[in-house]
Ligand binder design. Structure first.
Ligand code: GLA
Length: 427
């Protein structure tokens, strides 16, 4: 079969995913291109919930990208750190790659509200106030994020926003804030489903476009309801800078793959790349899998002092492009083999009739990982051209039926698979 006609069939398949008038994406599964994808394709990459729940506030058409203070600085933040970070995002080129949100986490505010009941930036660490910081960040073409809590205190015992939603949202909007991370501590035992919508409504009422990031740690299965509330929702407890934490969180987040889509994303927490607790291979895996899972890409290291190795990972444009792909379907774990299932294949559909495929070695030594077309929902006769996103090269010769590679311990190789034609015998 000639290449052109395969592309036409693929186009017809992808045309079956129609975009509604309000920008909401409605999945239609049939007909799909049977010469490329097998019947199992739509069950492997189940998108039955894709696009049906998402908020439509115009934000998060692709996962948010930026930086957050918590993973590296915890409470040791001040306005100088935030400004220098904004400077560094620009000077390193990370901003140009899409990392535009500069998000201040917990500890920016004073321990008590003022006499009028308003939140006050800590005068010692943020003496110029948040508006000045927002102006500074905006002048660099970046956006400013802030943090509060759907409870009476934040996790570090600053005032929370429950019962102050209107006041606090108006204050954030008046400062020029673009993003709110809304945490879950000191929540009075009230269900997240009751505590998170009032802040959505308060943010909407300000008239300012503010990204709403829910952080209820996955306690009430937010993938099932938070799409109508926010632009992303944490699916797990906090990440820490270790292999055990990162792999556990990846698996927990994977469960909710069918619920992500443009407008609302599963959030397996922020990146630890560059913080020192994992090997470079492990960080490469962390970044690859977060990108493939359409996770928010929020850098969590000190970008003012970023090393070349860290930049090579979080600055990999080809991997970022997987995360920001316009189709917006969360990739997932599609096959495991070996001891404890440590040889893993993760994959997902991409725009342009392509697939992203990651071979992730979670075993304790180097291993060969092979992916058969059947686990990708590809017809076994398909010829596939393959690009390696970490080596930045096209592999010579197309693959048919399967593809394997020797993967270093804990490393993750990442490829784009482009079906090019069915082999002669299948035509
Ligand atoms: C919680 C959140 C973290 C961070 C801290 C700040 O643990 O899940 O991401 O915001 O609070 O105190």
């Amino acid at each position: 079969m000639v290449k052109g006609s395969v592309h036409l069939l693929l186009f017809l398949y992808l045309s079956a995913i129609s975009v509604g008038i309000a920008g909401r994406v409605v999945p239609l599964h049939e007909p799909f291109d049977k010469s490329t994808f097998s019947r199992s394709f739509s069950s492997i990459f189940d998108t039955s919930k894709y696009g049906i729940l998402q908020l439509n506030n115009g934000l998060a058409r692709t996962p948010q990208m930026g930086w957050n203070s918590w993973n590296f600085f915890a409470c040791n933040i001040n306005e100088t750190v935030i400004k220098e970070t904004a400077d560094a995002l620009v000077s390193t080129g990370l901003a140009d790659l899409g990392y535009v949100y500069v998000n201040i986490d917990d500890c920016w505010s004073s321990l008590v509200r003022d006499s009028k009941g308003q939140l006050v930036p800590d005068p010692k660490t943020f003496p110029s106030g948040i508006k000045a910081l927002a102006d500074y960040v905006h002048a660099k073409g970046l956006k400013l994020g802030i943090y509060s809590d759907a409870g009476i205190f934040t996790c570090q015992v600053r005032p929370g926003s429950i019962y102050h939603e209107r006041d606090d949202a108006e204050l954030f909007a008046s400062w020029g804030v673009d993003y709110l991370k809304y945490d879950n501590c000191y929540n009075l035992g009230i269900k997240p489903k009751e505590r998170y919508p009032p802040m959505r409504d308060a943010l909407n009422a300000t008239g300012r476009t503010i990204f709403y990031s829910l952080c209820e740690w996955g306690v009430d299965d937010p993938a099932l309801w938070a799409g109508k509330v926010g632009n992303s929702w944490r699916t797990t407890d906090d990440i820490n800078d270790s292999w055990a934490s990162m792999t556990t969180i990846a698996d927990l987040n994977d469960k909710w793959a069918a619920y992500a889509g443009p407008g609302g994303w599963n959030d397996p927490d922020m990146l630890e790349v560059g913080n020192g607790g994992m090997t470079l291979e492990e960080y490469r895996a962390h970044f690859s899998i977060w990108a493939l899972m359409k996770a928010p890409l929020l850098v969590g290291c000190d970008v003012r002092n970023i090393t070349a190795e860290t930049f090579e990972i979080i600055g990999n444009k080809e991997v970022i492009d997987i995360n920001q792909d316009s189709l917006g379907i969360q990739g997932r774990k599609v096959h495991v083999s070996g001891k404890d299932g440590c040889r893993q294949v993760w994959a997902g559909p991409l725009s342009g009739h392509r697939l992203v495929v990651a071979l992730w070695n979670r075993c304790s030594k180097a291993a060969t990982i092979t992916v058969g077309w059947e686990v990708l929902g590809l017809e076994s006769s398909m010829s596939v051209s393959i690009r390696d996103l970490w080596k930045h090269e096209d592999l010579s010769g197309d693959a048919v039926a399967s593809f394997g590679s020797r993967v270093a311990v804990h490393d993750c190789e990442m490829y784009i698979f482009t079906p090019v034609s069915a082999s002669r015998s299948a035509v």
